[in-house]
Design a binder for this molecule. Structure first.
Ligand code: HMG
Ligand code: MG
Length: 298
């Protein structure tokens, strides 16, 4: 049987916007986060404290975190690749910091400029500091289903990074399909291996919809018991270090699926559709959520 309830982590303000070419003002990002807060998300990935030379769009993260209207109980997360990022996230009062590694050596080099082993060593300081300051710690594993540079990624490589993230003390671990290549049986094989290495309640599915498989993969993951999913309002996004990668699965589509399955999310779909319309208008293009566009057209 499928989970009765899932947590949807809204990653649009970070994963969704990080790859936009035109600079988006902090005011627009703040309004987007505030609209998402009002829609009822328990967890919003709002910021990324990475090098502004690598990802210029995230340079306003401190201002965004400072000015958003926080709802008590909602977790506002920020990416922190190293101690410099952690210090910035702490100052910005992030509730959760995200260390992000990869199951692919090649992608690790391109994305964070070091090997998998070096990244884990670098994350140790961040993990320790997070615990000392009572912050939640999340680990994200890119390319768990395939890599734009090395192609196939063995199940053992995924399981190995899950264990390393677990041993660092992660509260939650994301199994990410950075380039959206997974299909349902493959998804189940990877998730089942991850579940052997970490408790199922702490694992999340982070699917990009590049090949149109994300909803099918979420359904396949639900069957394995995974009950945390990442999605991006209006299907925003793409990764700067994965050429041709498109956005995360659209939040509106995921919510429509969950509604139909009778799985509780605690989120108001209509308010998410409004937030999607808002950000699409700001970006000057039609949103890419099928459910969002259908509901908005009614
Ligand atoms: P590096 O060049 O190896 O690091 O970058 P460094 O320590 O040598 O520092 C170089 C410069 O960056 C220095 O500045 C540092 O101060 C600065 P300079 O002296 O040249 O003026 N710097 C920083 N500035 C601000 N905040 C920081 C920071 N750290 C260093 N935290 C580094 C290593 C990790 C920093 C770099 O590679 C980087 O920022 N990468 C970011 C990559 C990224 O953000 N990718 C997208 C997010 S991951 C993703 O989207 C995948 C995910 O969605 C899951 C999935 O779908 O797979 C999570
Ligand atoms: Mg991503």
């Amino acid at each position: 049987s499928l989970p009765k309830q899932v947590k949807i982590v809204e990653v649009g303000p970070r994963d969704g916007l990080q790859n936009e070419k035109e600079t988006i003002s902090a005011a627009v990002k703040i309004e987007l986060v505030d609209r998402l807060t009002l829609a009822g998300f328990a967890n919003i990935e709002a910021a990324s404290f990475v090098s502004p030379k690598w990802v210029p769009q995230m340079a306003t993260s401190a201002e965004v975190m400072q000015k958003i209207a926080r709802r008590p109980g909602t977790i506002y997360s920020a990416l922190t690749p190293n101690m410099q990022g952690f210090d910035a996230a702490l100052a910005a009062q992030a509730d959760e910091v995200v260390i992000f590694g990869s199951a692919s050596e090649a992608f690790s080099q391109k994305n964070i400029n070091c090997s998998i082993a070096e990244s884990i060593a670098r994350f140790e300081g961040v993990a320790k500091a997070a615990k000392e300051h009572g912050l939640r710690l999340r680990g994200s594993i890119s390319c768990a289903f395939g890599c734009p540079y090395q192609g196939d990624v063995p199940l053992d490589a995924v399981a190995d990074v899950v264990k390393r993230m677990r041993d660092l003390g992660c509260d939650e671990i994301d199994i990410a399909d950075t380039i959206g290549v997974a299909t349902p049986r493959k998804t189940q094989a990877v998730m089942e291996r991850a579940i052997q290495a970490f408790h199922v309640g702490g694992l999340s599915g982070h699917f990009h919809d590049t090949y149109g498989q994300a909803l099918a993969n979420i359904y396949a993951s639900l069957e394995t018991g995974i009950a945390i999913y990442h999605s991006s309002v209006s299907g925003l996004g793409g990764c700067p270090y994965a050429k041709g990668a498109t956005g995360n699965v659209a939040t509106e589509d995921v919510l429509y699926l969950m509604q139909g399955l009778g799985i509780a999310t605690g989120i108001d779909l209509d308010l998410v559709v409004d937030a999607g319309q808002f950000i699409s208008q700001q970006l000057g293009r039609k949103g890419s959520s099928r459910a969002g566009n259908a509901i908005a057209a009614k």
